[in-house]
Design a protein around this ligand. Structure first.
Ligand code: ZN
Length: 138
């Protein structure tokens, strides 16, 4: 079985990236890397780097976004943890073979030129878990 290589990023649901920027940048000392819109997921993503790990602030751009539903239900806060993997389709097949439920049975496009797939929270003890395969450099 292919192990996860690293924590790729931590996703945090926010109502406004701009309002949180000072906290992450000035208060915590994370390095702001920019904002990207992921149209598929109806979110705007703000990136902050802390050492080797990136924080991904997720701001819904539409009320039908799953992140909007998350904030509605649970309030802003920790949304998901993403692990770096190689060969994402093979990894998904391995997990499914182990009986793990997936939200994404096939990889989809994430921010920063990555392919991603989410595990079902029922299979990951309530922590939304993302597998993330970097594609090339950014
Ligand atoms: Zn993510």
């Amino acid at each position: 079985m292919k192990a996860a290589k690293a924590i790729n990023h931590i996703g945090i649901a926010v109502t406004s990236i701009n309002e949180q920027r000072d906290f992450y940048e000035k208060t915590l000392g994370a390095i702001f890397e920019g904002v990207e819109v992921v149209a598929d997921q109806k979110v705007k993503v703000g990136f902050f780097r802390v050492g080797d790990v990136r924080l991904e602030l997720l701001e819904p751009t539409d009320p039908t976004s799953t992140v909007a539903a998350f904030i509605e239900k649970r309030g802003p806060g920790l949304h998901h943890v993403a692990y770096t993997v190689e060969d994402l389709p093979a990894r998904i097949a391995e997990l499914q073979g182990d009986g793990v439920r997936m939200i994404d049975a096939t990889p989809r496009k994430g921010a920063h030129n990555t392919q991603i797939a989410f595990l079902h929270p029922k299979s990951s003890c309530g922590v939304l878990t993302e597998l993330c395969e970097p594609k090339g450099h950014h």
